[in-house]
Design a protein. Structure first.
Length: 179
């Protein structure tokens, strides 16, 4: 499926928040709130070392979570795609399992697909500029003329040991005045 799709993600600067005084159907009335990064520390005892023995020292790991964050994703179809956008849209409208954001305890607050009709544009940056809220940093896997490369080491390399390969993501700083 990954060979069929080209994903471009915009990290929105603000997210719509529910308000008791506003009509839930009218998003323009909802106040906006910026995303917050939450740092969490975990301490694990009796961690197994590579040789299989237990470590006598605790391991502290740091994890970061985003609260009140909003992302907009543009999904494009690659040439020769085995899975078309129509099939993907149908799956997003009726997901088999509850969609979550990284953890099962974090289900999505909004539907995965907000609009039934596709946005026609020359590229993903132009498509994202037509969907509010505009602005924010854009991350693209494909070609992005205005993007700067960012290497990310998150591609699982399946083998005897748990390792990750690097992929290239292009970063485009969105303009908050796009419409």
């Amino acid at each position: 499926m990954a060979a069929s799709l080209q994903l471009t993600v915009r990290a929105d600067r603000t997210a719509p928040r529910p308000d008791a005084d506003a009509d839930a159907e009218d998003e323009k009335l909802l106040p906006l709130k910026a995303a917050i990064k939450l740092a969490d520390f975990h301490t694990v005892l009796d961690v197994r070392k590579v040789d299989g023995s237990a470590s006598k020292f605790p391991v502290v790991s740091r994890r970061e979570y985003l609260q009140d964050a909003a992302f907009t994703v543009a999904v494009g179809e690659r040439p020769g795609a085995e899975i078309g956008l129509d099939r993907i849209a149908a799956a997003l409208l009726r997901p088999r399992y509850t969609p979550v954001l990284g953890r099962r305890s974090c289900p999505t607050a909004r539907p995965l697909l907000d609009r039934a009709s596709p946005v026609e544009a020359a590229d993903a940056v132009q498509a994202l500029a037509r969907i509010s809220p505009t602005g924010g940093t854009i991350y693209a896997e494909g070609d992005l003329a205005s993007g700067r490369p960012l290497p990310i080491r998150d591609v699982p390399d399946y083998g005897q040991h748990r390792q990750f390969d690097t992929r290239r993501v292009l970063v485009h700083q969105g303009d908050s005045t796009c419409t």
